[in-house]
Write a protein that binds this ligand. Structure first.
Ligand code: EPZ
Length: 435
């Protein structure tokens, strides 16, 4: 049962009053595929720098439900031992709460020769079909059966075949799923029109360290030389890379409400398009190897910042996961901005709540909005519809006049570790209250 809680936020009313240091945690979207790789292994793998977020908890439970031993040694360190996996059936309840559960199907099919699962759940940002996965498994020789909302997939008796798979759409989790399944296929698999997110290169590095032979991760064409033997960690410890979406979200908050803010333990290169756009708008940003700094920002009036045209795009383009926080930023700049959400067909609905707060946003169609700024936002009660819109509502409430209540804290906790504690540390009046 998910506890009913709210975030209570007292808005800064346009003041740039936040100051201090905010550390970035391990990347949710790197850790989830890395954990899903466990069935590919013959031995235990230890994970460190894990973020303490709900989705990591659900993935741990999903893997443990398959029989694997999951030993959580501390809030950031977990060991997964796949030697005890005793079923090919993924838990329906857990799969429905986590879209990333779909990634596990590839490694489970490679290990067990069979996998069954329910259509994955997750954020309501679009239909979230899985046709690309089903087509890919068929190309690797598997038989796919669907009964209602459940799928049952059987690999050939002698194991998955290598294949040449052209993704009709760039898909992050499909790229990860087939990169992993192909490590155990017979022969060489080529993935074309593959996603290039940093998390995919990070996953390939982990798998190659443990015996896989993957070339081209981070480019549109990935070649995987499969082998029958499982991978072996041999004591290797995986350390999660910094979360670029978290870093970008906090950078947008700092641009709007920060005076002197230092974002640490991050990789500025992974958010360089956001940094470029914020600089273009007039935000004073400095970067170092693993930190981003905004200083003396109190003097920069947000209503002198210039409008922007944002088009979400697969990496290295503007991340769809930063689209909602960026829209909040654009409500405060001086002029008309346009946001074009090209990845998901239902990822602009949160704008209705921003309009209720006072934003001037016109929806041209399900993919495009125009934002006129600057507009004062007023505190309100909000229901975050997904992880990233939930964070956008925290940013909107932080700059608004008056008090805000944000429900569905679970959504935000899915992707951000103890968000209220870290924001309190830089001066935001935010508390978590039981309802
Ligand atoms: C990953 O989701 C991320 N999740 C998402 O982050 C992110 O928004 C998305 O990539 C895009 O960057 C994880 O990595 C766990 P897609 P994913 O497959 O892989 C369509 C967050 O908040 N598609 O790249 O599920 C799909 O509908 C989450 O951290 C099909 O049509 O997204 C979308 O339009 C939200 N058929 C497009 O492809 C399929 O079989 C790209 O989606 C699969 C996808």
């Amino acid at each position: 049962m998910i506890p009913r809680e709210q975030f209570h936020i007292s808005g800064l009313a346009g003041e740039k009053a936040l100051s201090g240091t905010i550390p970035i945690r391990g990347a949710k979207n790197a850790v989830l595929p890395a954990m899903a790789a466990a069935p590919l292994f013959a031995d235990a793998l230890t994970y460190t720098n894990l973020p303490d977020i709900e989705d990591v908890g659900r993935m741990s439970e999903l893997i443990e439900a398959s029989g694997a031993h999951v030993d959580r040694q501390s809030i950031r360190r977990t060991t997964i031992d796949p030697r005890y996996i005793n079923t090919h059936a993924l838990s329906d309840d857990l799969s429905k709460r986590l879209r990333a559960s779909i990634i596990l199907t590839g490694p489970m099919l490679a290990r067990c020769g069979r996998v069954s699962f329910a259509h994955p759940g997750g954020c309501v940002i679009g239909a979230r079909p899985i046709d690309i996965f089903l087509d890919g498994f068929r190309k690797m020789g598997a038989r796919v059966r669907r009964r209602g909302e459940r799928y049952d997939i059987h690999a050939p008796d002698d194991g998955l075949y290598a294949a040449d798979i052209f993704f009709k759409l760039v898909s992050v989790t499909a790229t990860e799923t087939f990169m992993m399944a192909a490590t155990r296929a017979r022969g060489t698999t080529v993935l074309r029109n593959a996603a290039m997110e940093p998390e995919i290169e990070d996953l390939a590095n982990l798998l190659n360290t443990c015996g896989a032979r993957i070339e081209g991760a981070g480019t549109p064409t990935i070649t995987i030389h499969g082998r029958k033997q499982p991978l072996r960690a041999r004591g290797h410890t995986y350390r999660a890379m910094p979360d670029r979406i978290e870093a970008g979200s906090f950078l947008i908050l700092a641009a709007l409400a920060g005076d002197d803010i230092r974002i640490t333990h991050c990789n500025p290169k992974h958010v360089d398009i956001l940094i470029e756009l914020l600089r273009e708008s007039g935000v004073p940003i400095e970067t170092e190897r693993s930190a981003i700094t905004i200083s003396g920002n109190r003097r920069v009036r947000t209503d002198t910042l210039t409008p922007l045209s944002i088009r979400t795009h697969e990496y290295p383009g503007f991340p769809t996961d930063l689209q909602a926080p960026m829209t909040v930023f654009l409500t405060q700049v001086n002029g008309e901005s346009v946001v074009f959400e090209t990845i998901f067909e239902n990822r602009l609905n949160y704008t209705q709540d921003l309009i209720t707060m006072g934003a001037d946003i016109t929806m041209w169609d399900p993919h495009r909005i125009m934002i006129r700024g600057p507009q004062t936002l007023r505190g309100h009660e909000l229901d975050g519809p997904d992880i990233r819109a939930g964070l956008a509502f925290i940013i909107a409430a932080a700059i608004a006049k008056g008090e805000s209540l944000i429900n569905n804290t679970y959504y935000i906790d899915r992707g951000y570790e103890r968000i209220e504690t870290r924001l309190q540390d830089i001066g935001l009046d935010i508390t978590r209250v039981a309802v």
